[in-house]
Structure formats: structure tokens, C-alpha cells
Ligand binder design. Sequence first.
Ligand code: ZN
Length: 625
Amino acid sequence: MEKAVQHKLISTALKAIPLGSIKPQGWLKNQLQIQADGFTGHLDEHWEDVGPNNGWLGGNGDSWERGPYYLDGLLPLAYLLDDPKLIAKTKPWIEWALASQREDGSFGPNDLRQENAILHDNQDWWQEMIMLKVLIQYQEATNDERVIPFMEKYFSYLQEALIQYPLKEWAQARGADLLLSIHWLYEKNKDDSLLDLTEIVREQTTDWSKIFDKFPFWRKQEQWDHRTHVVNVAMGIKTPAVFYRQTNNDWEKEAVYKGIESLMTYHGQAHGMFSGDEWLSGTHPSQGVELCAVVEYMFSMENLVRILGDGKFGDILEKVAFNALPATISEEWDAHQYDQQVNQVICNAAHRPWSNNAEANMFGLEPNFGCCTSNMHQGWPKFTASAWMATEDGGVAAISYVPCNVQTLVADGKDLEITVRTEYPFRETVTMEVNVSESIRFPLLLRVPEWCVNFEVKINGEVQNAIVKNGFARFEREWNKDDVIEVTLPMEVKLEERNNEAVSVNRGPLVFALPIGEQWVKVQERVRFHDWEIYPTSAWRYGLVKDATFTVEIQDIVYQPYNTADAPIKLVTTGRQVANWVMENNSAGAPPLNPIPYRDAKEETIELVPYGAAKLRIGEFPVLK
Ligand SMILES: [Zn+2]
């Protein structure tokens, strides 16, 4: 008997692999360790907002997003590094959250003396949405049996509570994050009543599908509006795909692509993100991009590649992860910016034409506002956990070529281990070693980046013919122990055209910038995590000479490759100082459309480094005619 057709969730093209199955190696592991030794492993000791008095630990301090935000990065980091100290730090938060559930199913820091939640017209559901994302990762890492019943009880509570107190403000803009958690639970328990809740939430969430289908925000925005708030937009871009799973509307799937194209056209920046120094801010390379937007856009790309199965989202994910993320955090992960600029020639407290305050581009503990201080931690850990995914038909897919070890199940439950050895994206080759106990047939998908023209795959030394679909090359065969896959991703220097004939320099997924000499000046001293201004000690106003060539210089990769002096790869080219390029509003002015060289300035050899390494830099250049 066939069941009557019911409303169901459309399957995702790829499936996430549980947290802990993909372990970082090489330079990526070092990034995670650096973050554990810096902010992520020690923030609770030095910043009261996530300290023992946080509301999510039963205290009377911050009870909104900061605790859950912190855990959303600390928890995956702890399990990816298998670090007992960090895991111990997550425990009180998890235990408190699970124990906080009330009779009616609600949870979180309300007033625990009450049996039930006390709701009011300004009820904000946002902080709970974050904690649900934390609990999902916790369940995947530990299989703790309490999580699923906890979520079932909470969602059955929400079914009524949301009708009376609908999503508003932040929660309304970010409803897709709640849907991700409901979808996750539905895939575990197949309880159809959850599908009613998904419709309630979808109807209450900002209609990002409509916004991205016909994008209305063409210019720099200056007024309060959740639809142009840069973090909301970075989160919102996944929403049409999340909705599509429920509505099956192809136009919503398309809205994701149209939205990304519009964002890049009207607000795009050289590092693959769009600007927003609070609100969407246009293409000027001195506008800011908030760190929260960087990590949330990465999370959106991780979900988009999972739901839609298009490698294009892996390309964007890598570009943002390898460039925008390290650029805005100090080498030792002990200071960060709220807003980064592509052309960042000075970081100091000064008024700039953006909505954030004068301190927003300084490096420190909480410049401008503490959201990024608590939210930045999810970037590398979730990226690591998403580097590989499972296919619908029992195989695996490489989303990113970062060094890692993957242990997962393929072909109906058989063990597979793949070790990925590489220094990609600082190098062009990747070696994968397959470990299986018996020969197993399954498909292996390798992402073919759009920038890569001569992508090559060898299996056990033999060059393969790849059929590329949706940005992935598929290799279905009997895999045996010790099979070796060698992937070569030749990287060419490509100039990307920016506004007014300026250019940015790309090689593979890396963006290259001219580093400016940096003098770090401590402006506020604390026990740890000080605040800094950075002043330039060398000239910045270089244009590139027309048709200049680029020579690649390679150095050994060091513990922290995002470092100007020891950059593992440099591009040597020719530049010349430009006379009509000046400071405006405490930043570099827009690259001049008709750059005029200084009469006395000769052509000079200049060295470009990965964008993420240089904290003062030029990332968008005028070109001398
Ligand atoms: Zn932020």
C-alpha cells in the first residue's frame, strides 16, 4: 500500500558528517590550537559576559546571546581537538541548559523559580535558537540521550507559544536557524507534527526568498532595518534554500543564486564577502565588514552546499575562510576587529563613514560591541566539521581540500577512513589515502573549484577522466585499502575587476594584498586581551603597473601561516606610487579611476602576501595605464 502523499521535507543533496568524524590536521589543526590557546580557550577567564555569572550558567549576568554564541564555537573546538580541558569547560553550560527545561518544555535563563516560562510581548526566541545549534553539535559528538527528548519537548511547547508570541526582530530575521534545528530533529525522529511547526516558523520568518529574488538594496544603507543588517543578511542568504526544503519552490532555490549575485554586485568586496559596517555598505574597499557576518556567511555556505549540493558554495566558503576570517583576528588570536577593510591603511579610534563607532576597526577584546567577541569562535571549527559530507547514495564528498582525517560510514554502514595530506591553499597538490578493511564500492565526489581550469585527479598513479556535475567530479568504483588519490589544483594569478577599473589579485582561493608596515600601539592594557591601534610604517598608495607579471615565491609553511614575514607564498610584481590617491575620512580613499603616478616615483618591485596575513594592507589596487 502506498501512503497518501503528505507534506514532507525535501532531502538535502548532501548530509553532514557528525561532529568529531573529521579531525583537523596540519596547518588547519594549528589554527584550531591557536584559537584554543587564545580567545576561545580563555575568554571565560577574562570577559565577564561569558564568565561564571552568565545567565546561561544560572548567574544574573548576560542572559541573551553571548553565552550560547561562545559555546557555539567552544564546543565544536573542544571535540575537534579532543581537548579534555576545553570539553570540561563546555560541561557546566550544557548541563545547565539541559537542566533548565521547565514543565512546559521551555528552557533557558528566565526565572527558574517558575514552573513555566514567563512570556511577554517582547519575548525574544533568538538566544534559544543558538543554544539548540550547540546542543545538536553536542549530541553528535557524544550521543547524549537527553538531547533528543529535550528538543522534542521544547518544539512541542513552541508549537503553541509561537502562535501567541511570534518571532520578532532578530529572531524573525534569523528564523532559518530555528528551522535547521527542527529539520535536524525531524530527520532523527520522523515525527510529522514537527512539519506543522516548520510551517509556523517559516511563515513568521522574514521572507528572504522574496528579498533575494528581487533584491531592493542597491546602495549603502544608513538606517535601522533588520533586512539590511549585515549579519542578518549573511544568515538570511541560506533561508530560501531552507524554505525550499518545505515548499519545493524552484524559484526559492534560484533566489539564493540571485541574492549572492546582487550582494556581490552592489556590496561585494575583494575577499568574497559583502560589506556592512552595520548595514549593507556598498563596494568601496574602505567600508567595513563585521566579523560576525564573516563567520555567519561561512555557516550559511556550509548549509547551502549541504542542502543544494552545488560546489559553488564550497568555493565561496573557502574564499571567505582563507581570507576574510584570518584577516580580522590577530596572529595569536588575542585581539580581533569588529570591522575589517579591504584597503586598511590604519586601525585607530577615528570617525569613519560607517554606522559603527570610532573603535570598530581597532584590534581588541570588544571593539564597538561584544557580539563578535562571543560569536567569532564558530568559524574554523564548523568549517573543519563541514570539510567533507556524505552523499545520498552512500558515498562521500570533499567540500574543501584542507588537511584532515575523515572517519565515517559509507555504502550502508561500512567503515571508511580518508587521510588528506596537503598544505592547500598555500600549495596546489592534495594527497588522499584511503583506508578500508575490505574492498567497498561507493562514490567519491571531489569539488572542482570554478577558478581551477586544469583540475587533475590521479588514482593510484593513473590520470582519471572526471565527469563534473554541480561543481563536483564523481568517482564511483571499488575502493581498496591504501588507494591513493592525488588531486592537483593548478592556481593561476587572476586579476578580478572591481569598481572603477580597480583590481584585486587572486591565485586559487587566496586573495593577495600589499602588506603595509605595522606598528602596534597598546591603547588599553588588561591582564590579557589588550586593545591596539595599528599605525602604518611604510607607504601604501601603490597602484599596479599595467600588464605587470607575477612571480610566485614559496617559503616553508610555519605554525601560523597568516603572518606577513613568514607568508608561505608571495607574489612578486611591479607597482608605482600614485599621487592622486589620498586619505579620506580616516581611511584610504577609493582607488582613483585615473591614477597618476608621482612624477619622481619609479616602478618598484613589490611583494604581495595572502590577504589574511596582512593586518594593514591594500587589497584593491588602481592600475596605472
Ligand atoms: Zn559581531
